[in-house]
Design a protein around this ligand. Structure first.
Ligand code: CP
Length: 314
């Protein structure tokens, strides 16, 4: 594997999940693989889980890790041919090539603006690093996707399912801020690859990008959608059309224990308690949120292992 920018680059999902499971059993089994290799992690946005689980995954493969909060460095310019007489000080063309001197792998987190759909969908930041860096790029959540989270979620479902084809529901939840569609996009793509009876439930108007949802079932009746669910992934996202808006904050969409029934509860975190889901749901033994966060390490380690294998086989 050269870059891990989206789920579409996974050639064998099942093998990747099995690899993550083996690493979870014995995290230090390939400590030599990343010896003398460095990963530089670039954060344009905040993070708790991604930052620490990705660092841990790299260290468990023997790598060195450097972290740069990009907003504390020179402000980067991404436009081609622009006259840089405003706020930006350094062009991505130089920055990506220079970072490639210091790193064997670059990992990038860059959220969407939620203001300019075309710009966000162009994945300007992530794709500029892919274009100008000379080392592999890992997506730590971009404008439209969070493939590391989705792999950890696939691992979590695989570990906890009790039937071959579980019923999985992605359920929209209210939130006071307009949030990206990255996590639901990648979760939808992942469920389309897995053996699952998968559907999405949300109020009318919160349809995700139809190029991503494709033929996935959408049910606007949350109670009906949740019937007999094995896993319920709860997540807020802002509207896709009109882009990046809060259309409603209908509290009746908050996940409660009564709605959840006996299903396992999933969320990528961070989560706003008693807005997205009640305390009772989050703290219940059927909540998998801590397991999902734990699995971030092993899912990422499986990806890094693939990328490192690609480096050494050159
Ligand atoms: N789920 C997730 O990506 O968490 P962070 O934003 O804290 O990294």
């Amino acid at each position: 594997m050269k870059n891990y920018t989206s789920i579409s680059v996974l050639s064998n999902l099942e093998e990747m999940i099995q690899s993550a499971m083996r690493l979870k059993q014995n995290p230090l089994q390939n400590l030599e693989l990343g010896r003398d290799k460095t990963m530089v992690m670039l954060f344009f946005n905040s993070s708790l889980r991604t930052r620490l689980s990705t660092e841990k995954a790299a260290r468990q493969l023997g790598m060195h890790v450097s972290i740069l909060n990009v907003n504390e460095a020179w402000q980067l310019e991404f436009e081609e041919g622009t006259k840089m007489n405003m706020n930006t000080s350094e062009h991505i063309k130089e920055a990506a090539r220079i970072l490639s001197l210091y790193a064997d792998i670059l990992a990038v987190r860059a959220f969407p603006s939620l203001k300019d759909k075309q710009l966000d969908e162009s994945e300007q930041v992530l794709k500029s690093f892919v274009k100008y860096a000379t080392v592999p790029i890992i997506n730590m959540e971009s404008a439209t996707g969070h493939p590391l989270q989705a792999l950890a979620d696939a691992l979590t479902i695989t570990e906890h399912k009790s039937t071959k084809k579980p019923k999985v529901v992605l359920s929209w939840a209210p939130h006071s801020k307009a949030l990206p569609q990255s996590v639901p996009n990648s979760f939808v793509e992942m469920m389309q690859l897995m053996e699952a009876d998968f559907s999405i439930t949300h109020p009318k108007g919160y349809e995700l990008n139809p190029n991503i949802t494709k033929n996935t079932k959408i049910n606007y009746n949350q109670d009906e959608a949740l019937e007999h669910a094995d896993f319920v992934y709860v997540k807020n996202w802002s509207s896709y059309e009109p882009y990046g808006k809060i259309l409603n904050k209908d509290e009746t969409w908050m996940m409660t224990k009564a709605k959840l029934g006996n299903a396992k509860f999933m969320h990528c975190l961070p989560i706003r308690r008693n807005v997205v889901a009640t305390d009772e749901v989050i703290d219940h033994e059927n909540s998998l949120i801590i397991q999902q966060a734990d699995n971030r390490t092993f899912a990422t380690q499986a990806i890094l292992q693939e990328v490192l294998n690609g480096l050494t086989s050159k």
